[in-house]
Design a protein around this ligand. Structure first.
Ligand code: HEM
Ligand code: HEM
Length: 180
């Protein structure tokens, strides 16, 4: 089943969710490894040359995901009550930060005159001097920290639903029907 239904997320939503989760965690691990292990650590050295290519790939996947989610809003599992509304607010906040994360990277690199080189190609030219775009430099790091905190909370809630409440919340994101 490609599309979502009230009891289970469809193949497109699940593929985008798990693919973006894996790529995002690799991206964040590469950058935040410097906080724990110092600037020249092996993880950073391996991943840093791929930061912009991976970031632009994530931007494309995230935009596709937002557009797809808009077409599925009425079909998806519903979230009722106060806790449900909190869950939806958390998901919306993650969506906003997911877009802002790579977009701020593209804007600051382009606006600061570095251009945007990804997949071995210069996608946006060097030499621009655009103050409002390069100002996103102040956003890129903080957005990553706030998004990471939300992701930790999100994973904790998913595990709590599965192992604590023993309901079908995690199952419906791996393609099994939620019996509720
Ligand atoms: C979802 C995708 C992305 C994530 C999670 C991410 C995450 C990060 C993080 C955590 C840092 C370190 C920030 C700090 O030390 O304060 C960083 C730095 C950086 N990112 Fe990204 N990034 C993403 C996409 C991009 C994109 C698309 C570009 C450009 C095309 C980009 C360009 C940069 C640059 C140039 C730096 C170094 C900034 C500096 O220290 O001056 N990022 N990124
Ligand atoms: C690492 C980055 C992650 C991000 C950015 C993320 C983001 C999201 C978002 C925005 C949703 C709302 C549905 C959608 O539009 O797809 C969602 C749903 C969900 N995610 Fe994640 N997720 C991540 C990782 C994980 C992980 C590791 C788990 C499992 C441990 C998980 C479990 C779930 C579950 C069970 C749902 C369905 C929740 C419900 O129906 O109420 N997610 N995720």
């Amino acid at each position: 089943m490609l599309k979502d239904s009230p009891r289970v997320y469809g193949v497109v939503t699940r593929t985008l969710h798990w693919l973006i989760a894996v790529l995002l965690l690799i991206q964040l691990a590469g950058m935040f490894s410097t906080t724990l292990l110092g600037q020249g650590n092996a993880i950073y050295s391996l991943l840093a040359p791929w930061h912009k290519t991976l970031g632009v790939t994530l931007l494309i996947l995230i935009v596709a995901r937002v557009l797809w989610a808009l077409t599925q809003i009425r079909r998806r599992p519903s979230h009722e009550g106060t806790q449900g509304r909190l869950a939806v607010a958390g998901h919306v906040a993650m969506y906003v930060l997911l877009v802002l994360m790579p977009l701020s990277g593209v804007l600051m690199s382009w606006g600061g005159g570095y251009g945007v080189k990804a997949f071995g190609t210069m996608l946006l030219p060097q030499g621009a001097d655009v103050a409002w775009a390069s100002a996103f430099h102040a956003w890129h790091g903080p957005v990553a920290w706030v998004l990471s905190a939300l992701i930790v909370g999100h994973i904790a809630m998913a595990l709590h639903h599965h192992f604590g409440r023993r309901d079908g919340t995690l199952r419906r994101m791996v393609g099994r029907e939620d019996p509720r």
